[in-house]
Design a protein around this ligand. Structure first.
Ligand code: GUN
Length: 297
C-alpha cells in the first residue's frame, strides 16, 4: 500500500478562498485580528508572518503588536485589556511561547473569551469539553479535524491515538476527536511502551516534536497518520513521522511542510471571521477585565 497524501496546502487554500468570498460581502467593514508577538523567537516570527500574509489575502486586517522580550507582565496585560475593549478588534492571539518571566496562564486568561480565536481561554476550553457549538476551537486541532473530514471517513468508534498533551494541540485534539465519537487515547512522554499503543490506532495524530520518531513498525496497516510536528533535522523541516518509512503502510498521511501547518492558519482566520460575525450582532458578551473579575457585565 502507498498512502494517499492529504494535501493541507490545497485544502487550506480552498478554505481561504471561500472565506475571502464571504468577507468581501462586508465591503464597509473588515474583520481584524490582533497578534501579539513578544520577543524575537525566530520560529514565532515566521509563523506570525505567515498569518499576516494569509490574513491580507482573505481580507482580514492583521494588527501585529511587537513587544520587547523584557516587557513586564502588567504592561502586557494592559495591552491585552486595550484590545479587549477596542470594538475594531475582533480576534486576539498571543503568539506562544512567551519569555520565561511572564506567567503564560495569566496572560492567556486575560483575553476576552469573545475574542479568543485561538480557543486557549478556560471558557472556550470548557465549551469544547461540553461539546458546545459556541466554542472557539484551537486552530491546529480544528484543522486536523477538517483534514480527516476531507477524506470522508466515519470517525465514530475509531481508535484515535494522540501523541502529546500540550494545551495548544494534544489536549484539545483529544476532546475534539472524543466529541466526534472516536475512542481516544492521549499519550505523552511518560507513556509506557508507546509503539504497543500506536499499533492499535486507526488514526494517529502526532504532536510531540520528536523528529521522525514514528516508524512503520509502530503502526497498523491502513492507519491514518496526521503529523503536527514541525522539527528541524540536518537543516531540513520534518515532522514526528518517518514519512518515507510510514507511507508504504498507512492509508493516508500528511506531509511536512504542506500538511497541518497551512490548515492551522486557515482555521485561525475562519475563527476570526466567526468572531467578527458574532461581535457585529452582539458587541460584547463577556466582561473584558480578566477571568478573576467579578463586575456585572
Ligand atoms: N505557537 C505555536 N502554535 C501556536 C498557536 O496555534 N497559537 C499561538 N498563539 N501560538 C502558537
Amino acid at each position: 500500500m502507498t498512502a494517499q497524501i492529504i494535501d493541507g496546502k490545497f485544502l487550506a487554500q480552498k478554505i481561504c478562498s471561500e472565506l475571502k468570498q464571504k468577507i468581501s460581502a462586508f465591503n464597509d467593514n473588515s474583520p481584524c485580528l490582533a497578534v501579539i508577538l513578544v520577543g524575537d523567537d525566530e520560529a514565532s516570527r515566521i509563523y506570525v508572518r505567515n498569518k499576516q500574509k494569509k490574513a491580507a489575502e482573505v481580507g482580514i486586517n492583521c494588527r501585529v503588536i511587537e513587544l520587547s522580550s523584557s516587557i513586564g507582565e502588567n504592561a502586557l496585560l494592559s495591552t491585552i485589556n486595550e484590545l479587549n475593549n477596542d470594538p475594531d478588534v475582533h480576534g486576539i492571539i498571543v503568539q506562544l511561547p512567551l519569555p520565561e518571566h511572564l506567567d503564560k496562564q495569566k496572560i492567556i486568561f486575560s483575553i476576552s473569551p469573545d475574542k479568543d480565536v485561538d480557543g486557549f481561554t478556560p471558557y472556550n476550553n470548557g465549551l469544547l469539553s461540553y461539546n458546545h457549538h459556541d466554542a472557539f476551537i484551537s486552530a491546529t486541532p480544528k484543522g486536523v479535524l477538517a483534514m480527516l473530514q476531507s477524506i470522508g471517513i466515519d470517525l465514530r468508534g475509531k481508535h484515535a491515538v494522540v501523541i502529546g498533551r500540550s494545551q495548544i494541540v494534544g489536549r484539545p485534539m483529544g476532546k475534539l476527536l472524543l466529541n466526534h465519537d472516536c475512542t481516544v487515547t492521549i499519550t505523552h512522554s511518560h507513556t509506557v511502551n508507546l509503539p504497543s499503543i500506536t499499533q492499535t490506532a486507526d488514526i494517529i495524530v502526532s504532536a510531540c516534536g520528536q523528529p521522525q520518531m514514528i516508524k512503520s513498525s509502530w503502526i497498523k496497516d491502513g492507519a491514518i497518520i496526521i503529523d503536527v510536528g514541525i522539527n528541524r533535522l540536518n537543516g531540513h523541516l520534518c515532522g514526528d513521522i518517518d514519512f518515507e518509512d510510514v507511507k508504504s503502510k498507512a492509508s493516508y498521511i500528511t506531509p511536512v511542510p504542506g500538511g497541518v501547518g497551512p490548515m492551522t492558519v486557515a482555521m485561525l482566520l475562519a475563527n476570526t471571521f466567526e468572531a467578527f460575525l458574532r461581535q457585529k450582532d452582539h458587541p460584547q458578551h463577556h466582561c473584558c477585565h480578566g477571568h478573576d473579575c467579578h463586575c456585572s457585565k
